[in-house]
Design a protein around this ligand. Structure first.
Ligand code: FAD
Length: 521
């Protein structure tokens, strides 16, 4: 009886979705739902996720609203996704889940050249927006998830990209938002609230609600679905078309040398590398300033696993790029600016005792790889050699603070190598806002087996729990969404606030539970 009524309920929900979205836009067949079940992150390997019951493809805000109202009527959970890479928070973890795929919502509604912003739907990728912006002398960055990822999801989630050093990180770009709340109401913020065609302004009216969506790592789909967003664009001194020579994977990219340069400068230790980053920031030069770990050089560069391991055995990168900083100068105003910045850079290199990496390594790496920090394509290679990667210590603080964090991070990695794969001190430190803040991260490849991943994930969670109990925010936590807020909110005393918001806008707990904070008993 239970099975029959469940089947009937399934049919009823399917029919309701189809009536709202039209034939062909609701899927429940095994081939489709299983295609949404599989990931490079741990959930599937660890049995923490399951296929969705339905995949729905709404087109536009009103259809998203209809889907969310149906979910409320039947009290079934939904998950909004962009390009769906962050399965830690976008994989179904409850029966009867509806996955809202934005595949039919890929329009760039407007690029306002004068006021420098674009109005986009959730499927618009950063690469698509970048290409259109470039034609108009404008620019948007891309995180190392690659520019193939959704621009709206990237703005709602992390949004730390290479050019954040000069142009700010993504969450500062969010202007007007059109957003369907978990209870099905439509909310427009910023200038969209007055004029749904005008996205130039992000704040208000009244309290700025962007914080409800964002914070450090976003609400992870736990506060409804954003269906339209206006994002800020930035000045760009590059060509109208992205330069790319050759065919993938043997593609190279070189931007005009009078406006863009790359240098990779090596130091005897991490502290002096960071001092160089501070000095560059103080001089207010450069467009991208990054201290990449050895694995980043080879992850992004290698065109195949064979090439990866062959080069690893040759030690090309381990012996040449340790404690090196990559810096790209941008002649925003003219080539005279590039010339001026080059001279300042020379002085800083000399004063800080830096040495450029060997020319042959520079020539091998830069044309194929460096511009990924301006428009990324190869980020997805991070999980290729081992099937996945894990990260710890993702903290935003000063550059100096990042040094201590990544050091304890790679001590931890050393301790558990193997099963962690050889990674040569996986310390990534990005400089942002001219070095006024830094972001440290320790990324490492791990063999994708349930045993290894389960063990390491357990240890990482234990470390997070201990840190929280000691009043420390350890960086990785916020990227886990609800699971982290359940631990941290009572300690850092934002429990009432977050639960109050969730209760007010999601009375049936349908918006991607347990995010952004668990509400069920
Ligand atoms: C290899 C790799 C490297 C990465 N490196 C970086 C990095 O250097 N810097 C950085 O900033 N990020 C990085 N990330 C994270 C990255 O920012 C995100 O994976 C990506 O930008 C999010 O896009 P997505 O379309 O995959 O999001 P999804 O996985 O689709 O969504 C992410 C979360 O947002 C929610 N969401 C998605 N769309 C909506 C919507 N329309 N409304 C409401 N909620 C929504 C989802 O429910 C989910 O919880 C990396 C990720 C990968 C895979």
């Amino acid at each position: 009886m239970e099975n029959i009524s469940r089947h009937e309920q399934h049919e009823e929900i399917f029919n309701a979705f189809e009536a709202a979205l039209g034939e062909g836009n609701v899927k429940d067949n095994p081939a489709t739902v299983n295609a949404y079940f599989g990931d490079w992150l741990p959930p599937k390997t660890l049995g923490m996720s399951m296929p969705p019951e339905f995949v729905v493809l709404p087109n536009g805000t009103m259809e998203v609203q209809a889907v969310i109202k149906i979910c409320n009527r039947h009290k079934i959970p939904f998950i909004p996704v962009g390009s769906n890479q962050w399965s830690l928070t976008s994989a179904p973890n409850r029966p009867n889940t509806v996955l809202i795929d934005c595949k039919r919502m890929g329009t760039i509604h407007e690029i306002d050249e004068k006021n420098m912003y674009a109005v986009i739907e959730p499927l618009v990728s950063l690469a698509q927006l970048h290409a259109e912006a470039n034609k108009r002398g404008l620019y948007i960055g891309s995180p190392e998830a690659s520019a193939q990822s959704s621009a709206v999801a990237g703005h709602l989630f992390q949004g730390m990209w290479g050019v954040g050093y000069r142009l700010g990180v993504a969450y500062r770009n969010i202007l007007g938002i059109e957003w369907v709340l978990p209870n099905g109401e439509i909310l427009r913020t910023g200038s969209f609230s007055q004029d749904s065609d005008n996205g130039f302004w992000g704040e208000g009216p009244g309290p700025d609600l962007r914080g409800m969506l964002r914070g450090y790592a976003g609400a992870m789909g736990g506060v409804g679905m954003v269906t339209r967003m206006a994002v800020k664009l930035h000045p760009y001194p590059g060509p109208k078309e992205w330069p790319a020579e050759g065919l993938i994977p043997n593609m190279t990219s070189t931007l005009p040398k009078d406006k863009f340069t790359w240098d990779i400068v090596k130091y005897p230790d991490l502290e002096s590398a960071i001092e160089f980053m501070y000095q560059v920031g103080k001089a207010e030069i450069g467009g991208v300033v990054q201290k990449w770990p050895t694995v980043y050089y080879i992850w992004w560069w290698a065109n195949s696993n064979e090439e990866y391991w062959t080069e690893w055995q040759k030690r090309t990168f381990q012996d040449n790029v340790k404690n090196a900083v990559g810096i790209s100068l941008w002649g925003f105003t003219s080539s005279k600016q590039t010339d001026y910045e080059k001279r300042v850079l020379e002085d800083i290199i000399e004063e800080t005792g830096g040495k450029r990496i060997k020319q042959e390594v520079f020539d091998q790496w830069v044309p194929r790889t460096a511009n990924n920090w301006i428009r990324d394509t190869n980020g997805s290679r991070m999980m290729r050699p081992s099937g996945t990667f894990l990260a710890l210590r993702l903290q935003t603080d000063t550059l100096d603070f990042s040094v201590g964090q990544v050091k304890t991070g790679y001590e931890w990695v050393d301790k558990f190598t193997p099963p962690i794969l050889d990674s040569d001190g996986p310390d990534w430190i990005g400089g942002y806002d001219f070095g006024h803040f830094g972001f440290g991260e320790t990324d490492f490849p791990v063999e994708k087996t349930a045993e290894n991943l389960g063990d390491l994930m357990g240890k990482l969670l234990e470390m997070t729990k201990e840190d929280v109990q000691n009043g420390l925010e350890n960086g990785i936590g916020p990227f886990l969404g609800g699971a982290y807020h359940a631990m941290a909110a009572p300690v850092f005393k934002y429990d009432k606030l977050l639960r109050g918001i969730k209760k007010a806008i999601d009375p049936n707990i349908v918006s991607n539970p347990p995010h952004q904070i668990p509400m069920e008993e």
